[in-house]
Structures are given as C-alpha cells and as structure tokens.
Ligand binder design. Structure first.
Ligand SMILES: Cc1cc2nc3c(=O)[nH]c(=O)nc-3n(C[C@H](O)[C@H](O)[C@H](O)COP(=O)(O)OP(=O)(O)OC[C@H]3O[C@@H](n4cnc5c(N)ncnc54)[C@H](O)[C@@H]3O)c2cc1C
Length: 466
C-alpha cells in the first residue's frame, strides 16, 4: 500500500503531480491538501492570468497613443478592466477547483481544504488528523517578499496583488523592484492611470539574464515611449511618510550621493520567497537552506519528500512548476520501482511581457553572454526591428532580435527578441532550439508582410556567418 500526500493541490505544481499520481497504479492512496480560499493557485488568481489580462487592456491604449493614424487619447475604464478580469479569473479558478474535486471523486483520493504542517518525520497534521504517508509532495508556492528597509513599517506599499485589484490609482508612484513583475506592471500603471512613475534600478540596466543590448533597449522604450523615469545604479536606503501623507524614498547613487524621491504611493515589486512559513519543516528534519532540493525534486534531507514549483525557490515560473510537479510524480514511481530517478533539466525559456506586451522580451536557449560563459564557440547575429518595414506598418518599430548559433555546425543555440510579437516567436524558436536544428536547415522564406521576417533575417545572416 503506497500513500502519497500532496500539500498545495490547487497550485500549478501540485495539481500536475496529483493528476499523474491519481492515474498511477502503484499509488493506492492519495491525500490532497490545500487551504486556498478561494482555491485556484497563484497563476490563476494573482499571477500570470490576471496580469496578462490587465496588460492586454494597457496594450490597446499604448498602441492608440503611438499610432498617428488614430485620433484622440482614450483612457482605460479601470473598473471595467478589473470587473472583466475578475469574471474570467473566477471561471479559470472554478475550472481548477473542479479538476481537483473530480480527482477527489475517486475512491482512493481524498481532498482536505485545510492547512497542513509537519509534526514529525514525514508526518503531517491537517486539521485534527495526522497522516504518515510514504511520500510527501510539497507544492506550497511562494509569497510576496518585502525588503527590510528602515521606515518600511510607516508606509503601506502596493504590491502586485494590490495592483491587480486596484480600481483607483494614485497620481504618482515610486517603484522598488524592476524585475519581471515590475517590468510588466509599470507600463500598466502608466496606461491605466497615467501614474507619474519613478523606478529604481540597482544596476546599469534591467533584464539581468539578457544581453546588455536588450536591457538598454528596455530603458529606451520605458523612458521614451512610456515617459517613465528610470533611475539606474541606485540603491534604496530608507523610506518615510511625509507630513502631507506622501512617501519619501531615499536612494544612494553609485557615486555615494543620496537623493530623496517623493511620490503619492510606494509600489513594491520586490520579488517572492518560497511559502514555507507555518509548515514547521524543522519537525520533519528539513533545512530549507541553499541546495535543499535536489535536481530530482527530492529534499536533500529526506528522499521521500519532493519539493516542487515556487516552493523550492529554483525557477519560479509556471511551466517549470508544472514540469516539476509531473517529474515528482514520475520519480515517486521510479523510487518505488527501485529505478534511477530522473533529474530536471530544461532549455532556458522566458517571456517577459514588457512594454505593455507590445514590446515583449523573449529568450529561448542561450544569450550571447551565457554562451560565452559556457565556453561555446558561437556566431551571434543581431537585427533591429527597424530593418523590417513590417514593424513600421504595425506602428511598433522599436526593438531588436538576436540569434546565437554554433560556429562549427550552425546549430541554433539561442534566440532573444524584444519586439512586437517576440512572445509568439518564442514557440517557433523553441521547436528549432530544442530539436537542435542547424540554421542551414530552417527555411528563411518570408511570408510577406509578417512579423517573423525578423527571424528570417536572422536565419539568413546566421547561415552566411557559419
Ligand atoms: C504578478 C505575477 C505574474 C506572473 N506572471 C507569470 C507569467 O506570465 N508566466 C509564468 O510562467 N509565470 C508567471 N508568474 C509566476 C507563476 O504564477 C508561478 O510560478 C506559479 O503560479 C507557481 O505555482 P505553484 O504551484 O508553485 O504555487 P501556487 O500556485 O501558489 O500553489 C500553491 C498552493 O499551495 C497552497 N498552500 C500553501 N501553503 C499551504 C499549507 N500549509 N497547507 C495547505 N495548502 C497550502 C496554496 O493555497 C496554493 O493553492 C507570475 C507571478 C506573479 C506574482
């Protein structure tokens, strides 16, 4: 009799694991636990789905503002944007809850809508019941992380969760956190509320995993097309509330000079941390320090506890959470059968819906910098969106794209795009890169006038280079 308990069954990682385990004949008993109210997981309730819906509204206004063929300056009906989003999100969440409840209809599956915590080695308390399963899958997700900045207690920052619910926006704001979430929500705030924004960036440019040219292009687009003040090479020192109720953020510049920035509201898009509080990992002998989860998804301290999704702090994005959930289910089967466990590996794949989604950044596989760091001998070709007339005809002429190919045999190793439709092109590039196709074998025939002409241009230049 094999019993598996999943903590966080409504989330993307947990539901993936639960779905496969329910079908596994080697698992006779499955206990699912989630305390979400309403359930649905982060991606659906306060993550990917609502943020992309708000961005789609922002994209329309941005495009109207930047297309001389249109007249007037429409504003977003923020109440309607939020109402419509809420309606969609409730449907998606109900669908997720339905999927989990259908699993629980099975005789060997039980679903408990309460909080779980460890009370001993692989021993889990849920409400007034205590379970001693053979395996535990920990898929508890992540929670918002606020910096420990002097004065933080005196202000009431708006986080991503607040912005996704906000029916009214302030006139001005100062933004801490210019990672993926900040880069997505800053243009929304601009388009939805004409919020006058100052963004603090710690380095020369944002987009740490991108080649520098892409971070520089983001700065140009945010400053130029969105009118956002991005202060680079600045670090937050303290925050205070002013006498008239605004916030004053003091930053230190690279040269040591300090500057006080005042605004009506502080926005904190300062990242997330694994949601492990309240689980009492200590009781299970788990120490969530560096390297606490192996590539097989097993906890270093207990090879029958698997930690997947945002909870393991490795790659907090949706498709990784799902893949890790499926892998944990597969590896429980392997462990039971005495087979070697599979390690999680993936091709780098990120899409940032920057520039209100009109100028998304996508990277699949290597950047030029990561290829160099890996010691690969590569050819790098770059193309500006302005070289392709099609982007001008669509009133989205900014941006660039880059291909990294093996210098010897032309295998396509990486694509980056920061341009109109780059998010969609990531799929084509995933097929090429994951199948290790040589650049010479990919047709560079343009179906004029379509935006993938930028890819054809890259393929043709890379083909000539190798
Ligand atoms: C604003 C924003 C935008 C994003 N956009 C994207 C995007 O465009 N693309 C992308 O790939 N990713 C995006 N993400 C990231 C993505 O949402 C997450 O990586 C993903 O949802 C994590 O899934 P998960 O299963 O690990 O966690 P979750 O979905 O958070 O699931 C965890 C579950 O565990 C439950 N739980 C927690 N503790 C307990 C406990 N003690 N007992 C019982 N149950 C418990 C919770 O109720 C929850 O249901 C975004 C995130 C944010 C915040």
């Amino acid at each position: 009799m094999t019993h598996v308990l999943v903590i966080g069954a409504y989330g993307s990682a947990g539901v993936a694991a639960a779905t496969d385990l329910a079908e596994d004949p080697a698992v006779d008993r499955l206990t699912l636990v989630d305390d979400g109210d309403p359930g649905g997981g982060l991606c659906i309730l306060r993550g990917c789905m609502p943020s992309k819906e708000l961005l789609s509204a922002a994209a329309h206004r941005f495009q109207v503002r930047h297309d001389d063929r249109l007249e007037g300056d429409p504003s977003l009906a923020v109440e309607t944007v939020i109402d419509t989003k809420d309606e969609h999100i409730e449907n998606f969440a109900a669908h997720r809850r339905g999927a989990v409840n259908r699993l629980a209809d099975r005789e060997d599956v039980e679903f408990l809508t309460e909080s779980a915590s460890f009370v001993g080695d692989r021993t889990v308390a849920v409400g007034d019941r205590v379970f001693e399963p053979d395996y535990v899958i920990l898929a508890t997700g992540s929670s918002i992380s606020l910096p420990d900045l002097p004065g933080m207690d005196s202000v009431d920052p708006m986080t991503s969760a607040d912005v996704l619910e906000a029916r009214e926006l302030p006139d001005s704001g100062v933004v801490m956190g210019f990672g993926v979430v900040g880069m997505e929500l800053v243009p929304y705030l601009r388009e939805a509320g004409d919020v006058d924004l100052t963004v603090i960036e710690h380095d020369d440019r944002p987009l740490d995993d991108a080649d520098d040219a892409f971070g520089d292009a983001i700065l140009d687009i945010y400053r130029g097309a969105f009118g956002i003040d991005v202060v680079t090479n600045a670090h937050e020192q303290s925050i205070a509330r002013t006498e008239d109720g605004d916030v004053r953020l003091t930053v230190e510049h690279r040269d040591g000079a300090t500057e006080a920035i005042e605004a009506e509201q502080l926005f904190a898009f300062t990242g997330r941390r694994p949601a492990l509080d309240g689980l009492d990992l200590n009781a299970a002998g788990l120490d969530p320090g560096s390297g606490w989860v192996r590539n097989t998804m097993q906890a270093r301290d207990d090879d029958r506890i698997f930690v997947v999704g945002d909870a393991n702090g490795r790659e907090p994005i949706l498709h990784v959470a799902k893949e890790e959930g499926f892998l944990a289910a597969e590896n429980i089967g392997n462990h039971l059968a005495g087979e070697p466990l599979r390690e999680y590996t993936n091709t780098y794949h990120r899409v940032v819906f920057s520039g209100a989604g009109v100028y998304p950044y996508a990277r699949v596989g290597h950047s030029a910098a990561s290829a160099a760091a890996a010691g690969l001998d590569v050819e790098v070709v770059t193309r500006e969106a302005s070289q392709d007339g099609v982007f001008k005809t669509k009133a989205a002429p900014e941006g660039l794209a880059r291909l990294v190919v093996d210098a010897d045999d032309g295998t396509v190793l990486g694509y980056q795009g920061l341009h109109y439709h780059a998010d969609v092109m990531a799929k084509t590039m995933q097929v090429i890169i994951e199948n290790e196709l040589p650049v010479q074998s990919v047709p560079d025939r343009a179906y004029h006038p379509t935006t993938p002409e930028i890819i054809d241009g890259l393929l043709s230049a890379a083909g000539e280079a190798v």
